[in-house]
Design a protein around this ligand. Sequence first.
Ligand code: TXA
Ligand code: MG
Length: 354
Amino acid sequence: MTTEVYKVADPQNLTCDDISVIDRAGEIIRNGGLAVFPTETVYGLGASAYDPTAASSVYKAKGRPSDNPLIVHVAEPSEAEAFAIVSDTYRDIAERFMPGAVTVILPKKDVIPDAVTGGLDTVAVRCPSDPVARELIRRAGVPVAAPSANLSGKPSPTKAEHVVRDLSGRVDMILDGGDCVFGLESTVLKPEGDKAVRILRPGAVTAEMLEDAGYTVIVDSAVTDLSAVGENPESPGMKYKHYAPVAEVILLDMEGATESFSSVINRMESGNDGRFAVLCRREDICGISDDAIVFTFGEKNGEDDMAHELFSCLRAADDAGASRMYIPVPRLDGMGLAVYNRVIRAAGGRIVKV
Ligand code: TXA
Ligand code: MG
């Protein structure tokens, strides 16, 4: 299959040409094909949520186990009523946080085939804020089932070039909308009774934001503890070793350490062969050996910046041939919880306490 790649020059100001290509991508999805689109979190690999054959093609294109359910994307929160049993909690979360980086698990209606939900009786609903994504869903005229647009096991794509490398020849079209704003996937929430939600996967809609909105927030144990991930976690995607680069990822817990970040790395690397990479705050770069491949993020927005860089750096470290990659353990509040959830998976749970 040849894959058409189309660059949207300015997603905030769609031109007539953009809209006619997005309309064609919508038609591809409506007719059972696959089209990749940008969102504010990561790129998505879209197919009609009403078409079981198209859903199977999604799993095939990604090389993904078919028991891992897909998120169904809508252009307006109210469109979920067509295929899910919508509750007051959903309406309240939608009013406060949609369109945006949040996904809500709801009981599903029969129109959603088992192929989309991996046989579960629930469906995950998300209304992205990215203008290209919303235009595409509107034009498709059907809800759009979309996992992250990476090959299974690779970090989620935050730039179109990541998608091109993973999925060229496996999808009909790729819409390039530039860099994703957040760089980590949406917060996945399961409503639990009145004004309580369980976070199955943390993202840019944070626990603090939900608490500020009056919710009791339960962070599922699988979010921070890999050993708590059993065969059947609430969110099936959490059981897989995700986001694993080829390089061995080593997490450094620097809390209370007296030694500097650079000195720790130089000590751990002494006598090692092969290249190594580091992802660190700009202020920590000083003193790191010139042999290192260094990626930095800014101090000002801390964990938000780290989230934005993380997946791209994991891919770049592999491209540069790094055998090891050192990453500091992030703070556990705000977006830091989402970063932590991803890096412990990339590191296979190993943390070195300094
Ligand atoms: O930001 C995002 O959510 C991106 C963009 C493209 O929207 N999508 C994404 O999809 O990250 P994916 O398939 O890579 O991750 C979906 C996650 C998985 O962990 C999956 O297990 C969980 O959502 N999930 C989907 N449906 C579910 C359900 N019915 N119950 C529990 N978890 C569900
Ligand atoms: Mg994914």
